[in-house]
Design a protein around this ligand. Structure first.
Ligand SMILES: Nc1nc2c(c(=O)[nH]1)N[C@H]1C(S)=C(S)[C@@H](COP(=O)(O)OP(=O)(O)OC[C@H]3O[C@@H](n4cnc5c(=O)[nH]c(N)nc54)[C@H](O)[C@@H]3O)O[C@H]1N2
Ligand SMILES: Nc1nc2c(c(=O)[nH]1)N[C@H]1C(S)=C(S)[C@@H](COP(=O)(O)OP(=O)(O)OC[C@H]3O[C@@H](n4cnc5c(=O)[nH]c(N)nc54)[C@H](O)[C@@H]3O)O[C@H]1N2
Ligand code: SF4
Ligand SMILES: [Mo]
Length: 721
């Protein structure tokens, strides 16, 4: 059995757990892959049941085209012809920017790269963005601003158990990355401490030595209050501040305006807890802060993450062994998906679309004139909001915004108002159901490709079985469309060939993959970028400090195989010698508290926050089709405190209507003391009347353009059963 099984990685989250797929009659089954160091064989229920979605009963196996209002099966040629016509009609009537492209952080690096190239080279449109904008974009923006480079975790997860204190801000990893819980347990077994910041006492918060439960949307004030105390108690690291940072004076002044008592009033976190946090964080030799969607999905997410980074910098806890700030990226290829060009402002290798040298480099790889490359386009929500007006035809791959976008009823309306919508998916998602053409595509286990995990570790997923008849890969889709739109060359269907081009396009860029090959990935359990090709000529356009020489790359204590002679070993740890800024110094950013875009008032007196449950994934398009997962998490609910429930006269299970300025959602009450009395929580995995995103506020962060998924004002009422 072992000899015929294929080592690969889970299709879902950014942990990218290793697994093996072993053939069984009618498909494959998942077996343990203990040699992959990140999860050492452990999987959550989603990973374990992932093969259920490969069988043809639950998925699309024929293209569908709209005819007389309904979707009917059609051949591939007809479907691709229709899409090419839909896109070129919009382009000739309204110009190239009338064509939009929407991608996803679950797509492999090869697909994300090809999709970005397709938009810029074939369609010539600036209007491309992806669902990662809704995910970690605030942390990415803050990381770039402070460190000159965004790689979610600048160190491997394996460092966590050896640090002294970890502050986990707005991450419920016990449910969102269950095998990673081991790192928190090991930290505490080693004598380190864990602080969890979450308005709810989650399964993750239950593991903590200290749980801070701030009011949603106040993490910025919380971090500033902690920094105030660090200064007041004389706990800054002045040598580090002098040698490795810039901008302290102004950031310090901004923090000093945030008195602990004032911060307690804003956040609801008592001053003694603030003092205790500072003590726990500052006393050990090393400490870390990790953020996830809680503080990031706010209309001030970038500044909020910036405030936590300031705390790390002031205490000398970044770019040092076992210390640092990191973001827990979410989607399967959430890291790689933001590096290779499907983001509105980016070119491959994490290059900037506005940088003339970057445009020249990538245009040369693509064989086009740099002047033909469009500039940056709209961000995800702004793009969705422009559908049917400025953007008339859309190609969507790897997202289900009818369920997952903020102010979803409005977004659904914009999608319906398009002249033409094409969706490539594995199932008939709620968004695919609105399309004019639906393309059935292959999935993880049926195709080869690379992903980059939350650690910045590039991994190889391998084809383990043949796809059902009638489906094609996303790369074949782009190849077929490019050819129909007059671009015969440059869209190969072999993922390894695409990766070869991606390597060249990324060479010398911040996220340099040029030293990575499929062959090495197959042998070395993944490689951390930057991983330049030492034989390539140095690129004058490279950002300083991003192409680490081999000597500064510290190898993680993992089961990794040594690099071949002369090859770059990859870079598990960043910033140990210098940050990726011009002068090598990290930047403090002066930030100040500001309220949420929508604060409670007499009409909408309660705060709504949203998030995830362990058994469902994202919009649920995939996991709602797996019986075991549905049994574990069958539908939406409204989590609320007994005091709020008593005020409403609601009992557990009673239907509640949650009403915001954008709409109304109905779901049963789940009463628990684990949530603040001023807040209700809804998971966002379901469509229909319990759709949480009917309610959410699309107010955007000015830097990252992240919508405010984590806080809006609502009214809660009893609904008719
Ligand atoms: N089971 C499962 N796992 C997943 C996913 C999934 O859909 N399901 N999705 C994957 C993806 S793409 C992502 S991005 C990650 C997300 O992983 P997480 O960030 O862990 O997930 P969330 O549940 O969105 O949010 C985390 C916590 O933030 C808290 N929170 C809400 N408002 C605030 C606030 O204002 N401040 C603070 N500090 N906390 C707040 C919520 O109570 C919640 O417990 O999970 C990945 N893994
Ligand atoms: N209220 C609220 N809303 C949120 C969030 C929140 O915390 N609260 N979190 C946000 C976050 S962090 C995220 S990441 C988004 C995610 O939300 P979505 O972007 O909707 O993510 P998925 O549900 O994973 O959608 C992926 C779709 O692509 C399909 N698919 C999977 N693999 C492939 C492939 O290889 N090719 C193609 N063509 N299709 C594929 C799947 O079947 C599915 O239909 O939701 C955001 N929305
Ligand atoms: S934790 Fe994430 S990567 Fe691991 S098995 Fe679960 S969904 Fe898959
Ligand atoms: Mo995400």
């Amino acid at each position: 059995m072992e000899t015929v099984s294929t080592p690969t990685h889970c299709p879902y989250c950014a942990l990218q757990c290793g697994m093996r797929l072993s053939p069984v009659p009618g498909g494959v089954e998942v077996i343990e892959r203990a040699d992959f160091p990140v999860n050492r064989g452990a999987l959550c229920g989603k990973g374990r049941t992932a093969p259920a979605l490969l069988s043809s009963g639950v998925r699309l196996t024929s293209p569908l085209v709209r005819s007389g209002g309904t979707l009917v099966p059609a051949g591939w040629d007809e479907a691709l012809d229709r899409i090419a016509t839909g896109l070129s009609t919009a382009r000739s009537a309204y110009g190239a920017d009338a064509c939009g492209v929407f991608g996803g952080g679950g797509l492999t690096n090869e697909k994300a790269y090809a999709l970005g190239k397709f938009a810029r080279v074939v369609l010539g449109t600036s209007q491309i963005d992806y669902n990662g904008r809704f995910c970690m974009s605030s942390a990415a923006a803050a990381g770039t601003r402070a460190f000159g480079l965004d790689r979610g975790l600048p160190f491997p997860l394996a460092d966590i158990p050896r640090t002294g204190c970890l502050i986990l801000v707005g991450s419920n990893l016990a449910e969102t990355m269950p095998p990673a819980l081991r790192y928190l347990t090991e930290l505490r077994e080693n004598g380190g401490t864990l602080i969890v910041v979450d308005p709810r006492r989650t399964r993750t918060a239950e593991q903590a030595d200290l749980h801070l439960a701030p009011r949603p949307g106040t993490d910025l004030a919380l971090a500033l209050g902690l920094l105030h105390l660090v200064v007041a108690e004389g706990r800054t690291d002045e040598t580090y501040i002098r040698d490795r940072t810039a901008g302290w004076t102004r950031a310090r002044a901004a923090a000093m305006a945030h008195w602990p008592e004032h911060v307690e009033r804003i956040t609801g976190v008592p001053v003694p807890q603030l003092r205790k946090t500072v003590r726990m964080f500052c006393e050990p030799e090393a400490a870390m802060v990790l953020t996830a969607r809680g503080p990031e999905q706010q209309s001030k997410g970038t500044d909020t993450v910036g405030a936590w980074i300031n705390l790390c910098l002031a205490t000398g806890r970044a770019g040092r062994p076992l210390s640092g700030y990191g973001c827990l990226t979410g989607q399967g290829n959430g890291q790689g998906g933001r590096e290779h060009g499907q983001k509105a402002d980016q070119l491959p290798g994490y290059r900037k679309l506005t940088d003339p040298a970057a445009r020249r480099h990538v245009a040369a790889v693509w064989g086009v004139d740099p002047d033909t490359l469009p500039g940056p386009g709209r961000s995800a929500y702004e793009l969705l909001d422009a559908l049917g007006t400025d953007v008339r035809a859309l190609l969507l791959m790897g997202s289900n915004p009818v369920v997952s976008a903020p102010r979803a009823a409005h977004v659904e309306g914009r999608l319906r108002s398009l002249d033409f919508l094409a969706v490539a998916d594995v199932v008939l998602s709620e968004t695919a159901a609105l399309a004019d053409v639906v393309l059935p595509v292959t999935q993880w286990a049926e195709e080869t490709g690379t992903t980059t995990s939350l650690e910045g570790r590039v991994l190889l997923r391998r084809r383990a079985l043949d796809p059902p008849a009638g489906v094609r890969s996303d790369l074949e889709v782009l190849h077929g469309l490019a050819a129909r739109l007059g671009v015969e060359k440059g869209f190969p269907t072999d993922p390894e060939e695409v990766f070869g081009e991606l390597r060249r396009a990324s060479a010398g860029g911040p996220a340099d993959y040029s030293g990575i090959t499929y062959d090495r990935l197959a042998r070395e359990n993944g490689l951390f970028w930057p991983c330049p090709d030492p034989t390539a000529a140095p690129d004058p356009t490279a950002a300083p400090g991003t192409t680490a020489p081999a000597s500064t790359a510290h190898t993680a204590p993992t089961a990794d195989v040594p690099a071949p002679a002369g090859a770059h070993p990859g870079t598990p740890r960043l910033f140990l010698d210098r940050f990726a800024t011009e002068d090598g110094r990290a930047r403090f950013v002066p930030v100040s508290h500001r309220p949420a875009a929508e604060e409670p008032d007499a009409e909408y007196p309660v705060l709504l926050t949203t998030g995830r449950v362990v058994a469902q994934y994202q919009s649920g398009a995939q996991t709602r089709r797996v019986a075991e997962l549905n049994a574990a998490a069958p539908g939406p609910y409204v989590e609320l405190h007994p005091r709020l429930a008593a005020r409403l006269g609601a009992a557990d299970g009673d239907p509640l209507a949650v009403v915001s300025r954008r709409g109304r959602a109905v779901a049963p009450a789940r009463i628990t003391t684990a949530i603040r009395p001023d807040t209700v929580f809804m998971p966002f995995h379901w469509p229909g009347e319990g759709r949480a995103n009917t309610l959410t506020n699309p107010a955007l962060d000015p830097v990252s353009r992240m919508p405010e998924f984590k806080v809006c004002a609502v009214r809660v009422e009893r609904a008719e059963p």
